[in-house]
Design a protein around this ligand. Structure first.
Ligand code: BDR
Ligand code: CA
Length: 312
């Protein structure tokens, strides 16, 4: 199994990433940390705890982290995720609370508590917590197995023409994470815009027939509507579980090595992930971009995870 720390800002697709991480037997979820992003920190933390409650996740520490980006003002995504950050379905009140530890400390402690090269960090929000952890305890950089993040894109943005939301809301943090020297897999929009939840996918999810599956169906109703109205998509791209899927099976979310840096000082390009595709990646290149999705097998993973979770 792959040990992961999920750092998230639920968030419709973050919620599905959490369900996939919990339901897939190949993932061992060590900790869940939250970061300001789709909504304010208190809202996304509550959402994470509510999703854990409805999915029956127990024995995993949840910790709240950064309540603002390193340098920039908070910029939430209420247009996509609503006022609560998880508009649409009704959420149960959390059955448990976040631990007293700050997310950054929990990330550091978790990495140090396991063998070097065994813990993968999976950020699906802005990179504030991960950057702070790398600064707070630089020794984790050499111990983390990989950072498999949802964010960025080689050839496409959403927040701006060239910048994706998770990178755009805290580009300085993203620059720290991409340049730290650990292995980074960027599961960006090139990949996640292939992870569309079309009618067939929706039918397969409904057919599971459990409470958590109904919850995902209702999440996707809301997400589909905002993605249609705001971004002009026929079906919503379900970004965040793609990062978890890469950890589960890299043949489902396929990545190639290429140098990637983050623009922090552009007039029109701040938050852009600048990927060098001019030739074969240089020897020892530590950054990768996911470009190719096996759509059928990806959604099978999600549906199988929901079946495994059942009705807790
Ligand atoms: C990313 O931004 C957020 O709105 C989603 O949860 C996802 O992590 C997509 O750009
Ligand atoms: Ca997210």
């Amino acid at each position: 199994t792959e040990k992961i720390v999920l750092d998230c800002d639920p968030g419709h697709d973050d919620a599905i990433a959490l369900l996939l991480a919990h339901g897939d037997p190949r993932i061992e979820l060590l900790a869940v940390t939250t970061v300001v992003g789709n909504q304010t920190l208190d809202k996304v933390t509550r959402n994470a705890l509510s999703v854990a409650t409805l999915a029956g996740i127990t024995g995993v520490p949840f910790a709240a982290g950064a309540d603002r980006p390193l340098l920039r003002e908070i910029a939430v995504a209420a247009d996509i995720h609503g006022e609560t950050g998880l508009d649409g379905p009704e959420l149960p009140a959390p059955a448990f609370a976040a631990v007293d530890t700050h997310a950054v400390d929990l990330i550091v402690e978790t990495v140090l508590a396991h063998e070097p090269g065994t813990v993968t960090l999976v950020p699906t929000g802005g990179l504030t917590n991960i950057a702070l952890a790398a600064r707070r305890a630089p020794e984790i950089v050499g111990r983390v197995k990989r950072v498999v993040l949802m964010g960025g894109g080689v050839a496409v943005g959403n927040r701006t023409p060239v910048a994706e939301f998770n990178i755009a809301i805290d580009p300085e943090a993203a620059a720290i994470v991409f340049e730290a020297g650990w292995e980074v897999v960027m599961v960006g929009l090139d990949l996640t815009h292939q992870a569309l939840a079309g009618p067939e996918v929706r039918r397969a999810i409904r057919a599971v027939g459990t409470g958590p599956a109904r919850f995902v169906d209702e999440l996707l109703d809301f997400f589909a509507a905002t993605y249609r109205d705001v971004q002009g998509f026929d079906a919503p791209p379900v970004h965040d579980p793609c990062a978890v899927a890469h950890v589960i099976d890299p043949t489902i979310v396929r990545a190639l090595p290429m140098p990637i840096v983050v623009e922090t000082a552009g007039r029109h390009t701040t938050g852009m992930t600048v990927a060098d595709r001019r030739g074969p990646a240089p020897q020892g290149c530590r950054t990768h971009a996911a470009l190719e999705l096996d759509h059928t097998r990806f959604w099978e993973l999600v549906v199988d995870a929901l079946r495994t979770i059942g009705d807790p």
